[in-house]
Design a protein around this ligand. Sequence first.
Ligand code: CAA
Length: 384
Amino acid sequence: MSVQLTDEQKMIQTMVRDFSREVIAPTAAKRDKTKEFPSENLAQLGELGFMGMMVPPEYNGSGADTVSYVLALSEVAYSCASTAVVMSVHNSIVCESLMRYGNEDQKNKYLKILATGKKIGAFALTEPNAGSDPVRQTTKAVRDGNHYILNGTKRFITTAKNAGIIIVTAKTDDTKKHKGISAFLVNSDNPGCQVGNLEDKMGLRGSDTADLIFDNCRVPVEDRLGAEGEGFMIAMTGLDGGRIGIAAQSLGVAKAAFDAAVSYAKEREQFGRPISKFQGIRWMIADMATEIEASKQLMLSAAAMKDRGEDHTTQASMAKLYASEMVNRIVAKALQIHGGYGFIKEYPVERFYRDARVFTIYEGTSEIQRVVISNNILRDKRTP
Ligand code: CAA
């Protein structure tokens, strides 16, 4: 069943489309080259209400639904995938987890500032030896009076260097598996939290990805998010929403590559006519458009399920799995249609090709999405 967009959802989509194509897109290639963090874009997105999209107005948010949010996010990704990933982790995982598990004090202290975009959120779950299997993380949080003391290293953390507030998971009880993990809100200026190695990435080069090192990092007990032992659940529910966000990023980049390929195919002449007149190209365009539409419907239906308060774990994984694999097929075809020009940096498809590659990896690899989907079907729980 396709999702019927409301007038408000369409209006939000148009507004973000106009803003991001006019303001964000023109500097995307430069950011890819210089690795400059898109602070300016994010500040403007914050002013327009897109950094606390699903946060209620009483906490400075826009109170929009998830459908509006994913439409907005895919428009930002169309213009700049680096800006989109920061927006995605911030909204889908950090703000949402605070809304879901934060108490009133934490919402006032952290969510209100995050929702304005004046501080950016990061989410630190992954470790050097715990990626797909976060239960085996070794960062520890030991209680010491009114504080916890955190020690350990987190890896591949999106926005690690530029975030103001970080949700960090750590083991509070080694004898328990996932129930021994807790979550903490850590200010990035905490002297016990240092940014380590900054990765030099293939794509999404405007977004920083780095290690975070916790060395006797003292976190007040009141900054524990949720109860002790709820950290894994907080991460998993956050990732459910996050994965719909990755589907949105995939859709945005796919659409950008598709539009570039269509206009190039109409302009480029070979054998005395535009290459769009050749069946080989026409069929590629037909397949690309069909796959993009299928991804969009999966993304919207997962978002609508979340908005209706339904269990959306399986649908989110399906949307993420299909859209992230789809965009990698689309960028490859778009590059092929461009021929030699697709292989040089003068044309944006080369950047789209690199940016899309991580979508099948972060927020759960394609293999993990297949684990989630098949587990939920075969255990007869959370069946779509
Ligand atoms: N919602 C709520 N609860 C959930 C859940 C969900 N989506 N998924 C699992 N749980 C609960 C289960 O119900 C279970 O709870 P009980 O024991 O109380 O019943 C508990 O969590 C453990 O579940 P599993 O036995 O299924 O856990 P598992 O250890 O087998 O692993 C997994 C599950 C799906 C493999 C999970 O570990 C996973 O998603 N791994 C991938 C991690 C990931 O996506 N990392 C991305 C890093 S973040 C990132 O990339 C962000 C960025 O910066 C861009």
